[in-house]
Design a binder for this molecule. Sequence first.
Ligand SMILES: Nc1ncnc2c1ncn2[C@@H]1O[C@H](COP(=O)(O)OP(=O)(O)OP(=O)(O)O)[C@@H](O)[C@H]1O
Ligand SMILES: [Mg+2]
Length: 281
Amino acid sequence: MSAIVEMERISKAYEVARTPGLLGRRGADRALDVVTNFTLAVRQGEFVCVIGPSGCGKTTVLFLLAGIRDPSDGRIAVCGKAPADAVRVGLSSVIFQQPILFEWLTAEDNVLLPLRLRDPRWWWWPPRRARYQETVRQLLRTVELEQFARYYPDKLSGGMQQRVAIARALTLNPQVLLLDEPFGALDEITRDRMNLELLRLYDERELTILFVTHSIEEAVFLSDRVVVMSRGASARTGSSIVREVRVDLPRPRRLALKEDPAFFQKVREGRAALREAQVAD
Ligand SMILES: Nc1ncnc2c1ncn2[C@@H]1O[C@H](COP(=O)(O)OP(=O)(O)OP(=O)(O)O)[C@@H](O)[C@H]1O
Ligand SMILES: [Mg+2]
């Protein structure tokens, strides 16, 4: 089956602080190569995690896939489209580290926002809103927040806010979910619960997921494949990708899996790859 997410020899350099020019003239720009020769093909229904040391370019990779940044070089496609187009038409959707919610909108209005923005009569919203009521109720039920539909974000806990953000990301029924350390700020128990909820959604909605995390345990628990990145290109591979660890553990995954020797073995493999990534620094 052909890939739903394709990155072919992607490089991304950021222009960073100019050196001061002489006599008021503009100084030279300096480019920082963040992502180098990054090739990744994700097939439909696959769950891929990206890990690597802080500052290695994980968020940059995700932003490239979400069309928030443009690559300096290489080819990239999501659902056969330019990444920004895939997001615009609702085929892919992003969830950030901090739940970015609109404080002046209730949980349900935050979830409805993608539909409101696309409604041909958005300016006549109050009467139009009613037609989406069932959709929003179902979405909030999906993340177990039906009771909190009328709450404003500042009255919800961090985990609940992130669940609202997840519900909103599902509003347009995307095929691809892109998540950047979405549960990084949560305590371990809540994180475990959110991981299980995400796996349930992944299963029910037959999603394809790209998930950035710092935690090798989380990566192994969730994914079919862990992509390990280094800061700067690895001398061995000539790319930002140091290694890929295939996680052929059975699904559905339950928390008991974390006690299984096969799980430990994969975590060990991931750790070794991470050490190699640090050496490549
Ligand atoms: N807009 C930008 N302009 C210049 N440099 C940037 C920009 N965005 C990111 N960088 C640099 O690119 C590098 C990679 O940043 P990125 O946020 O992708 O890393 P990361 O792997 O997500 O890190 P973390 O694990 O800390 O979230 C860093 O050195 C950062 O300073
Ligand atoms: Mg990041």
